[in-house]
Design a protein around this ligand. Structure first.
Ligand code: FA5
Length: 346
């Protein structure tokens, strides 16, 4: 029996020596080490042997298997080296060819714009802070003068989660704006406050050329003694000038937000129609970029600031809209379609 095995090993190794290509080596592997190869067949014979022979026969076959596997590895390596050398000699591999340049990633245009906007406000003395995207109902609405059942909630429909703990149900949501950070910042600091807060917000929104259900906002908040509406306008005009240059027209007019009084919105003239009116600007000639206003006295009181001593302004601007105006992008949905042809332009 061992003589038969010995013969198999000798024959196999001889055959392997004769295999001159990797393809031939693969044929050899299949006929000796494959599922139906000689080694597998030898192992399959074990149950039919007398019990006393089984152990030694099995050990001998496994020995051969290991030896063949080692020889196979060795032969493959040798042949691979030979094949590379042959290819170089015959000129099939040109080792002087320059390498392939790896694909370089880049920052998303909205990320770039968020950084630029933050830098513009930082140069005016604002500090950059960030906050949670999953927010309590209290910060997103209640503390901003939007109690339950207030009709203003309809302006910001969103995605809700139920969080239950020992205190009962506490409604949680994906924040609809960055304004909750006004409260979080004021709760933790005393005036003077001057911060900008970039971050993602979410809305249950029917998307169109200027509306997405995920958007970046940048909140601004300044609170101190003697801050007036003139400070708000001055800061925002300065910002618009820094970003869009002096020529661009800016419109500032009344708007309503429950957490400011008075409230305002700022718009930039539409690049697509130069203010004449088109589909992009809903025929108004203007694209709204932010909501703003003087912080409501009730909001100040809620965080323990005395509204007779301190006043402040706040604003929340849409980063995608600003990016669209800056680069003449006619549809907000391009930003998140993941189309490299679009993204590579920035
Ligand atoms: C707000 O979100 C208020 N929190 C802004 C604010 C802050 C007012 C502080 C007063 C004081 P509004 O929903 O209008 O407001 O959104 C602000 C800006 O976000 C808009 O001017 C617009 O530029 C952008 N925006 C709003 N909704 C979308 C949307 N679905 N897709 C893209 N951008 C949007």
């Amino acid at each position: 029996m061992t003589a038969v095995l010995e013969e198999m090993r000798r024959g196999a190794l001889l055959e392997l020596e004769k295999a001159e290509t990797l393809a031939a080596v693969e044929c050899w592997r299949l006929s000796y080490l494959g599922k139906k190869g000689a080694v597998a067949q030898a192992l399959a014979r074990i149950p039919g042997l007398p019990p006393a022979d089984r152990r030694s026969f099995g050990a001998a076959v496994n020995d051969i298997k290991r030896a063949l596997e080692a020889a196979l590895e060795e032969r493959r390596k040798t042949l691979q080296e030979v094949e590379v050398a042959r290819s170089v000699e015959s000129g099939r591999i040109d080792v002087t060819l320059p390498g392939r340049r790896p694909l370089m990633g880049g920052l998303h245009p909205v990320t770039k714009m968020v950084r630029e906007i933050c830098a513009a406000f930082a140069s005016m003395g604002f500090q950059v802070v960030e906050g949670p995207e999953v927010e309590w109902d209290y910060y997103n609405f209640e503390a901003l003068n939007i109690p339950k059942d207030h009709p203003a909630r309809d302006m910001w429909d969103t995605f809700w989660m139920d969080y239950k703990n020992e205190q009962g149900d506490r409604p949680m949501l994906l924040r609809t704006h960055t304004s909750p950070m006004q409260i979080r910042v004021m709760e933790k600091t005393r005036p003077p406050v001057r911060v900008v807060v970039p971050g993602r917000c979410y809305r249950y929104e029917a998307t169109d050329a200027t509306h997405e259900s995920m958007l970046y906002q940048i909140e601004g908040l300044a609170v101190d003694e003697g801050i007036t509406l003139a400070d708000l306008k001055g800061t925002l005009y300065e910002f618009a000038k820094k970003l869009f240059g002096k020529e661009r027209r800016v419109r500032f007019r009344c708007d309503y937000f429950p957490f400011v009084e008075p409230g305002a919105e700022m718009a930039i003239d539409c690049f697509a129609c130069q203010g004449k009116g088109c589909r992009l600007c809903s025929d108004t000639g203007w694209i709204e970029i932010l909501g703003a206003g003087m912080v409501h006295p009730d909001v100040l009181r809620r965080v323990g600031y005395d509204p007779d001593v301190f006043t402040g302004f706040a604003f929340g601007l849409g980063a995608e809209r600003v990016t669209m105006l800056r680069y003449d992008i006619e549809d907000i949905r391009h930003f998140y379609a993941n189309d490299l042809r679009f993204l590579r332009q920035f």
